[in-house]
Every structure is written in structure tokens, then in C-alpha cells.
Design a binder for this molecule. Structure first.
Ligand code: ATP
Ligand code: MG
Length: 461
């Protein structure tokens, strides 16, 4: 096992011994510990770093365990047969243990720090001095390797740059991260503007961590965000899609939504939502709020969440606004639904990517609202068996909870699901088919349709 004190860059660290912190090995994933010990055995040094150390210090259970090491990606790959190198912009090694993936990264240095790399790190570890910036300072590739102190400076926030070693069980702090944990604040490492220019997504990360940890964003870290939001325009739509999911699945979606609004960053991420929410029917705005609350609750209960539900909810205010407009223009709601839904989705696609399977499923949720509002003998069972039924039904319940008068059809579907086959048959008997209804209406006979008499609203999609 290499001596910790001979590690290049260690002289810049404040070393916090086991007695002065609360991280116990018991709370660390056994697989992460396995990786750390195997790296040590192979003559390298490995540290737990990032969110796992931060969360353990805060007494929370980490989402995942990231490791930083002085071994190069290729060396890591050789030590672990169950690993593969991913990424081009940042080379990362994924070590897989069943469903758990431990992310291992080589210490990185700043591009200008290559002199220091020569000084600190043996030549064999300086592989792939491969980096690139845009003219605006944005990092395109970042595979310059260095020492641990340099690695800490490349990280985003001080609380994310604490290193834990099972070799003596200490925490290494190069940027006063421990103090910021105590003060509960998110502070960027280095010059905020330069760091946001390097990677504008750090602004979204600042918001996410502040909401998730209930921390403040330190003044100088927060100050440039209002002005620099438009840097997000240069981020790849696929990355912004990932960030939306991380933000809204942080367990604090309601708070995140407010922070996106107040920071001005929302304009570059969920503009269609923010613009339509001001002038959509009040129940649609309320529905979105309830959907975000519901997402937070599901995360707290460790229940699954699905991106198509999230996007269906985020874009619901815009769809409702368009629907109102179409109604005012006397357009046919049903035949216009598909183009309208596609239009709504494309407004979001102008900002972020949405995988096709997600956008199609969001559209299904919307489309199924009509069927749920108007169950007929013919469509009730197929609606119930549709792959999107559960999501569409949950969506319907939230619409009702938000104050939409849907003739209590949510309750109808709740009862229908709970009924046995015989009861379902009976319920179906009492419903009429749409075609017969039309004929009856044409004959001027009185409508006999429990479905429509119960659902006497006319605002369906
Ligand atoms: P989470 O709880 O969401 O996993 P995390 O802090 O572990 O939080 P990750 O996205 O898993 O976040 O990243 C791991 C670590 O890598 C971070 O803690 C940070 O040190 C570093 N990092 C990640 N993204 C960036 C970035 N854009 N700029 C600088 N450092 C970053
Ligand atoms: Mg992490």
C-alpha cells in the first residue's frame, strides 16, 4: 500500500483524521471499498470523492460512490476485468458489480498545469495530454492528468472536492470544503465566471445541490448566474435533457422549479413551461405543481418515476393553453389533438433533447385523457390494458385534484380497476358505445349514457 504522505500534492491538503469526522466504513458500499483496496494493492492510491463523501459527512446515504485515483484509465482497466472506459470528453472507467457501477476517474489537472504534472507525477502517468477549449472558454475535452491537489481544483464546488481514504480513514480537504459543509453553503472553486464559462452546467448543478442539501449558494457563487444563463444555449440538447431529469428527480422538484424561475436559468431549460404557466387555465398550472409534489413524494418513498410523466406534466400548461385557443377558434379538438401535441413537444425539443420513446409516451398520456374522460363499452378494457394506463390514470387524478371538473371519472376508473371481471362486465353493460350514441342522438332520442351523464364536461382533449 503506497504511503499517503508520499502522494504528490498532499502537502496542500488539510488532513482531517477519523476522530474529527463521522464517516464510517460501514456506510460505504462494499464494492467501492473493494475498488479502493484493489487499487492500493496494485500500487496506486484511490479515494472516495464527490457526492459520496459530501453526503456521508452530512449523514445522508449517497446516491453513488465515485473514486479518484492516480492510476490512468488504461491502468484501471487492467486492474479490473469487470470494467470499461467510457466518455471522450472525460475518460471515466466504470467498474461494474452486478447492478452497481463504481465510477473511477484519474486525477485531472488544469490544462495550463502541465508543468506541474511534469514536476509531480511520474512520466508513465501522464498519458493523453488531450484537452481543448472553445474561444469562449468552454471545455471540450479534458484528459490532462495531474496530482490530487490539481484534481481538487478541477472539481465544481468545495463540498464536492473532499477525498476520503480507507488508508488511515482520513478526509483530505484542499479548498475549505469542510467549513462549507458546516456552514451549509455551495461555493464554487476558483473564479465563478471563469468556471461557469468552462462549463455552464455548473450553474444548474449549484441550484440542484442547494435544493437537495438545503444549502445556500454562497454570494459570489450565486452572483453571476442571472447574467450568464445564456451560456446554457451552447450545451448539447442531450446533456440538457439529462440535467432536467437530475434536477426534477433530485427529490426537491418543487423547490428546483422555483429556483429555475428566480435564477433566470429556467428560460434556457423549460421556457415553454414558464411562458405558458402565466396564461394557462389555473387548473393546468396547479396540476403541474401537484405533479412535481407527487414526484418528490415518490422519490422520498423510493418509488419509480418516469420521464414521460414528467414531460407530460411540464408541457401540460402549454397544451391546455393551445387547447383553449383552439376552442375559441372553434377548431375540432379531437382531430387537432395530434398536431397540437406534436407542436407542444417541438417547442421543448428546440431547447433540450427528448428521446422519441419518451415524447411518444408523453403524447400517449395526453391522448389517453380523452378515453379516460369518456369510457365506453368498447374502449374501457383496452384503455385499462394500455401500457400507459397507469401513468395516464395518475395524470387524470392529479388533474382532478388540481380542480378540473371531470365528472368524477377518476373515481370511476379507481372502482373499475378494483372490480372483479363480473363487476366489470356489469359496469360495461351500463355504458353505451359511441356509435350507438350518435345514432340515438340523430333520432332525437334521449341519451342513455351513464358515462357521459357522469362526465358532462365538454373540455376533453
Ligand atoms: P450526486 O449526489 O448527484 O451524485 P455528485 O456530487 O456525486 O452528486 P456527480 O455528477 O456524480 O455529482 O459528479 C461526481 C463529482 O465529479 C462531483 O462531486 C464533482 O466533484 C465532479 N464533477 C461532476 N460534474 C462536474 C462539473 N461539471 N464540473 C466540475 N466537477 C464536476
Ligand atoms: Mg455522484
Amino acid at each position: 500500500m503506497p504511503d499517503l504522505y508520499s502522494l504528490p500534492g498532499i502537502d496542500h491538503a488539510t488532513i482531517i483524521p477519523r476522530k474529527q469526522h463521522n464517516i464510517s466504513r460501514q456506510a460505504i458500499s462494499p464494492n467501492a471499498l473493494k475498488v479502493l483496496y484493489r487499487l492500493n494493492k496494485a500500487g496506486f492510491t484511490g479515494f472516495l470523492v464527490g457526492g459520496s463523501v459530501r453526503d456521508l459527512l452530512l449523514g445522508k446515504s449517497p446516491k453513488d460512490f465515485d473514486i479518484a485515483t492516480d492510476a490512468s484509465p488504461e491502468e484501471i482497466r487492467q486492474i479490473f476485468r469487470n470494467s470499461r472506459i467510457i466518455g471522450r470528453r472525460f475518460k471515466i472507467v466504470h467498474v461494474r458489480f452486478g447492478r452497481e457501477i463504481i465510477e473511477v476517474t484519474t486525477f485531472r489537472a488544469h490544462h495550463e498545469a502541465s508543468n506541474r504534472i511534469d514536476k509531480h507525477v511520474p512520466k508513465r502517468k501522464i498519458r493523453g495530454l488531450d484537452s481543448a477549449h472553445t474561444n469562449e472558454g468552454m471545455i471540450l475535452r479534458d484528459n490532462v492528468y495531474g496530482s490530487i491537489d490539481e484534481d481538487s481544483l478541477r472539481r465544481d464546488f468545495t463540498v464536492n472536492a473532499l477525498y476520503y481514504t480507507p488508508n488511515g480513514f482520513s478526509v483530505l480537504d484542499f479548498n475549505n470544503g469542510m467549513q462549507d459543509i458546516v456552514n451549509r453553503q455551495i461555493r464554487i472553486i476558483g473564479d465563478p465566471v471563469a468556471r461557469y464559462r468552462e462549463d455552464p452546467v455548473r450553474m444548474l448543478r449549484a441550484i440542484r445541490f442547494a435544493a437537495k442539501l438545503d444549502f445556500d449558494i454562497e454570494q459570489d457563487t450565486a452572483a453571476p448566474i442571472q447574467k450568464l444563463g445564456d451560456l446554457l444555449l451552447s450545451i448539447a440538447p442531450a446533456r440538457l435533457y439529462d440535467e432536467i431529469l437530475k434536477l426534477f428527480y433530485s427529490g426537491h422538484a418543487v423547490k428546483i422549479f422555483e429556483m429555475l424561475k428566480s435564477s433566470g436559468l429556467g428560460q434556457y431549460l423549460i421556457a415553454p413551461t414558464l411562458e405558458s404557466i402565466e396564461c394557462c387555465p389555473p387548473a393546468a398550472a396547479k396540476m403541474l405543481h401537484l405533479a412535481l409534489e407527487n414526484t418528490d413524494q415518490r422519490i422520498a418513498d423510493s418509488k419509480s418515476v418516469s420521464p414521460h410523466f414528467l414531460f407530460a406534466a411540464l408541457l401540460w400548461p402549454l397544451l391546455c393553453r393551445k387547447r383553449e385557443q383552439a376552442k375559441r377558434d372553434n377548431q375540432d379538438q379531437r382531430s387537432n389533438f395530434l398536431p397540437m401535441a406534436n407542436q407542444v413537444i417541438s417547442t421543448q425539443l428546440a431547447i433540450t433533447a427528448i428521446p422519441r420513446r419518451v415524447s411518444y409516451a408523453s403524447r400517449d398520456i395526453w391522448e389517453m385523457q380523452w378515453k379516460l374522460e369518456h369510457p365506453t363499452r368498447r374502449n374501457a378494457l383496452s384503455t385499462l390494458n394500455h401500457t400507459c394506463f397507469r401513468a395516464a390514470y395518475d395524470f387524470l387524478l392529479l388533474r382532478e385534484a388540481a380542480g378540473e371538473d371531470l365528472g368524477r371519472c377518476g373515481q370511476w376508473w379507481t372502482d373499475f380497476q378494483l372490480s372483479d371481471t363480473n363487476q366489470q362486465e356489469k359496469t360495461l353493460e351500463s355504458l353505451s358505445n359511441p356509435r350507438r350514441r350518435r345514432r340515438q342522438r340523430n333520432k332525437g332520442r334521449k341519451k342513455i349514457n351513464p358515462g357521459t351523464s357522469r362526465h358532462n364536461h365538454k373540455d376533453g382533449i
